[in-house]
Design a protein around this ligand. Structure first.
Ligand SMILES: Cc1ncc(COP(=O)(O)O)c(C=O)c1O
Length: 503
């Protein structure tokens, strides 16, 4: 079909389509389908663009197994296409969308095992379309009436699910990194009372404690907060990958002795590389005794709260002052979808809030503008993707997905344990297996090279993407088993390829 850029109708439009009313809009250059006319005159044309895009998306996602898990080649994008002087035709737009789809990471591939990135629920894809279409803004109530209300109410329910008291609640932010930053900012402001005057009046060096396996966002937060990365005191992990409570106690005592000012402990529930869970009850007890803020980074592991069979892995999380949880990981919600919960919701008002006087107040109704409570100003209504996913799956559906992933992990592990040349980094607790091949190597350097080569071999020979994290001074292969379509046949073929690896 040929399209005219400056008319409301494609040249060969169906004659039954309503004629466009050009007088509605005086734009000349802007294409007819760039915006929906508020009275619906160009719905057919816009629908054509969106339907064509949807077809491309469905064609790509429904061929996920045929496409590589991580594409290396895609049609080139020439420099002249980057900043076009004139509008492109709808065909060119679709062609460009195709390039994006072909060059995208493909987490829907059943052998995409490398990271905590799931295939997305169809409900969250639908919700992404809704939120993009209505273009609301979580900055304020008036800019996102239903979404602000939904976010606050649903996060209170989730807080209760994690066992926090009735006073708890939270907000969403664009990713776990920002959630950890928000939690540690509130912890710092509460402990040192520095909301207004900053850290210059704090004479002793503030420090916090986190295991050596914590996510790098904790160091990032300390750096952004002006404390410096050295203020994160790294606590040894046991061979289990979990923080050693005795090492934590010793480190707190030492830092006090050295004149530092401890204010928080970060425990991780689902470490990024090995998926281990710090001993939350013991850490909570230490925090209570030492009067330290307990933040639990459950970005990944928080998902098991939905499984009656596995939620006991999170025992002790109910003692947290704050919790980060990313449904964008093991709950199959499109990015971004992350939230931070506080034991006492109102602490956000006291220890964080910066009013936005250009917004209406709704406080008389007990409604806060969430942009005043959070690091971000303008923010997308990610809650819609999370809520529609919860409606689509129900808690029972999420439980089934989590329990199936744990079963897949058991199968994968059984295969690994049958091969004594494979070494596990830690005993897996969730659905993450981190291992390395010890054949063909005699020291750490050659082992690192061998496993780097094995990663490429698996990609080339078994269409399998595992990642290559750096852990305990070495390179390991990491598999995250969260795709319900990864089968035991996939595992057989992956391990047969490992057996064939020539080194
Ligand atoms: C334990 C943990 N915390 C925090 C994060 C950061 O989350 P995001 O990438 O959404 O900022 C990650 C990311 O993988 C993580 O594994």
């Amino acid at each position: 079909m040929t399209w005219h850029v400056n008319t409301l109708m494609p040249l060969s439009a169906d004659s039954s389509e309503p004629a466009a009313d050009h007088s509605l809009c005086s734009l000349n250059v802007v294409p007819a389908d760039a915006f929906l006319y508020p009275d619906g005159q160009n719905t057919t044309q816009v629908k054509r663009l969106l339907t064509a895009t949807l077809d491309e998306v469905l064609d790509t996602l429904s061929a996920a197994r045929l496409l590589p898990p991580v594409p290396e080649n895609w049609p080139g994008i020439s420099t002249s296409q980057l900043l076009p002087a004139q509008p492109c035709s709808p065909q060119e737009l679709i062609q460009a969308s195709r390039v994006l789809l072909q060059g995208a990471m493909n987490p829907a591939h059943p052998r995409y095992l490398g990271h905590m990135d799931p295939l997305p629920s169809t409900a969250s894809i639908a919700a992404s379309l809704i939120t993009a279409a209505v273009n609301n803004n979580l900055l304020s109530r008036e800019m996102s009436p239903v979404f602000s209300d939904l976010e606050q109410r649903l996060l209170r329910e989730l807080s209760a699910l994690f066992g926090l008291p009735a006073s708890s609640g939270g907000l969403m932010l664009s990713g776990g990194t920002l959630c950890n930053l928000q939690a540690l900012t509130v912890a710092r402001n509460t402990h040192f009372n520095v909301h207004a005057h900053g850290m210059s009046g704090v004479s002793r060096q503030p420090v916090l404690f986190a295991s050596e396996a914590c996510h790098s966002s904790i160091q990032k937060a300390a750096m952004i907060l002006g404390l410096g990365t050295a203020s994160v005191i790294s606590i040894l992990t046991a061979p289990s990958g979990k923080m050693c409570p005795s090492a934590l106690e010793a480190a707190i005592a030492l830092s006090r002795k050295n004149g530092q000012a401890p204010f928080a402990v970060v425990a991780t529930a689902g470490t990024t590389v090995t998926g281990n869970i710090d001993p939350l009850p013991e850490i909570a007890e230490i925090c209570q005794r030492e009067r330290l803020w307990l933040h639990v980074d459950a970005s990944y592991g928080g998902a098991v709260i939905f499984s009656p069979r596995y939620r006991s892995l999170l025992a002790g999380i109910d003692q947290a002052d704050s919790i980060t949880f990313n449904p964008q990981k093991w709950c199959y919600v499109t990015k971004t979808c992350a939230l931070v919960l506080f034991r006492e919701e109102q602490i956000l008002d006291r220890a964080f809030r910066i009013p936005a006087p250009y917004m209406s107040l709704h406080e008389e109704a007990g409604h806060i503008n969430l942009g005043e409570w959070g690091i971000q100003g303008t923010r997308a209504p990610d809650i819609a993707k999370w809520w529609l996913t919860l409606l689509q799956l129900g808690q029972a559906g999420l439980a089934e997905l989590i329990e199936q992933a744990m079963q897949q992990t058991a199968q994968f592990l059984a295969q690994a344990r049958r091969r004594d040349f494979l070494e596990l980094a830690t005993p897996p607790e969730l659905n993450i297996v981190c291992l390395r091949d010890q054949r063909h190597s005699y020291d750490e350097i050659s082992r690192g090279k061998q496993n780097t080569a094995l990663q490429s071999y698996l990609m080339n020979e078994a269409q399998t993407f595992v990642s290559l994290p750096h852990y305990r001074e070495s390179r390991w292969l990491k598999a995250v088993l969260l795709n319900p379509f990864t089968s035991s046949k996939d595992f057989d073929e992956i391990f047969q390829a490992i057996d064939r690896f020539p080194g």
